[in-house]
Design a protein. Structure first.
Length: 100
């Protein structure tokens, strides 16, 4: 089992120390940069004040984006399934017509 390491992450000018495996480090650092960017954008807008409110708004925005992408992918897979079904129907029709 891998020994955990401690990684220092800076989010909205505050340092957080988080334990993770060496293999997770790059992903954790990328996630922290992404979150920091979102929180900086919200802070700079000036409409939301307070670290906790900025963090909640960033979390909501990121979650909304994630769920929207998931819905798009679900919609795409439904479109693909419809196309596959249509092709199967055409094949069945062609096989039936050829077999007669």
């Amino acid at each position: 089992m891998a020994t955990p390491i401690t990684v220092a992450l800076n989010i909205l000018d505050k340092e957080y120390r988080v334990s993770c495996s060496q293999g997770e480090r790059a992903g954790l650092e990328a996630s922290a940069r992404f979150l920091d960017d979102k929180m900086q954008d919200i802070k700079q807008s000036g409409r939301i004040v307070g670290l906790d409110r900025i963090a909640v708004m960033a979390g909501l925005n990121i979650t909304h984006d994630l769920l929207s992408e998931g819905q798009k992918k679900t919609g795409m897979s439904l479109d693909i399934n419809d196309k596959i079904n249509a092709l199967q129907n055409k094949l069945d029709f062609a096989i039936d017509a050829f077999g007669k």
